[in-house]
Ligand binder design. Structure first.
Ligand SMILES: [Fe+2]
Length: 300
């Protein structure tokens, strides 16, 4: 069994872990071809043999993208046999949270998460996209990191640097309304079309593409194409700080009080006292105090 395990090494081609982390932190994509042997543990799973085999054992709905939008923001969730029919008639379909199929996936996901150094609060999942020839995804970026494994067929990807915003906390599709929080910390306007300065990648069975968080991408299948994603959405420092702070403050009866504004309104006396106490405490905080709340594992 050990030679068929999927781990970080299976996903990063010729890169060492350190080289991969440098790419990840600098938001640099990479592609690696000819990994069929090292991905055998994944690709030889019977239910990943074909879209039909996956649909056969799928006990949930499947997402079908609206061809006009070509993105998950406009989709219908329908039974697998209907989704297969839609796929055969030219619609992109998505099997969400494929990790529910076998515990092996969650074990691999968590091992890879730990190897990368992502927090225990990371949302990890696997997705299978089936894209008919000539179809693909509208230009967008995601807030997560993706390893795309091509299982079947040929698919073109175009990737471009995001010069509008670094470290976005939500995804954005070109030509669609901007999420209000994303808009609030993005000073520049988002482009109205895919950046011309982009790189084309052609994925074939055994290819792996690493798509870092925030990088613009769009796709088009050359032939009918099936891909398997390892998708990691790690918490930001904001998430870790606010999660741990909430846990710490919850031990205080005063902080747990229902917020009722006194006559001084925004200059609320009681809240000011709590904040003054918090800022005095904050001087003594360090990472360990916060991470002991969010991470159960031993901090190195
Ligand atoms: Fe995406």
């Amino acid at each position: 069994m050990s030679n068929t395990e999927i781990n970080l090494k299976s996903l990063i081609g010729d890169n060492t872990r350190e080289e991969f982390l440098t790419l990840l932190k600098s938001r640099t994509p990479f592609v690696s071809h000819g990994n069929s042997e090292s991905l055998k543990g994944l690709t030889s799973l019977p239910f990943l043999n074909s879209v039909e085999d996956l649909a056969d054992c799928w006990r949930d709905t499947v997402d079908v993208f609206n061809p006009e939008v070509a993105d998950e923001i406009s989709k219908a969730s329908i039974p697998p046999e209907d989704a297969l029919h839609e796929y055969q008639y030219g619609s992109c379909i998505l099997f969400n949270d494929v990790n529910r199929i076998t515990p092996e996936f969650d074990r691999w996901n968590q091992d890879i998460r730990r190897e990368i150094g992502f927090s225990e609060l990371t949302y990890v999942r696997n997705l299978v996209y089936a894209t008919p020839a000539g179809k693909g995804n509208a230009p967008h970026f995601d807030q997560n990191f993706n390893f795309v494994i091509q299982l079947e067929g040929t698919k073109k990807w175009w990737l471009a640097d995001n010069t509008t915003i670094n470290n976005p906390m939500t995804r954005h599709v070109i030509g669609h309304p901007v999420d209000s929080e994303l808009g609030s910390y993005t000073a520049k306007d988002f482009p109205e079309s895919f950046p011309k300065d982009c790189t084309e990648y052609i994925l074939e069975p055994g290819s792996i593409l690493f798509v870092p968080r925030g990088v613009w991408h769009m796709t088009e299948a050359v032939t009918d194409a099936v891909s398997f994603n390892f998708t990691f959405t790690p918490p930001t420092w904001i998430d870790l700080a606010t999660t741990a702070l909430r846990e710490k403050l919850s031990h205080s009866e005063k902080w747990r009080e229902s917020a009722i504004f006194d006559d001084s309104g925004a200059d609320n006396t009681e809240f000011n006292q709590l904040l003054n106490g918090l800022s005095a405490d904050a001087k003594n905080w360090n990472a360990e105090d916060f991470l002991e709340v969010t991470e159960n594992q031993e901090i190195q």
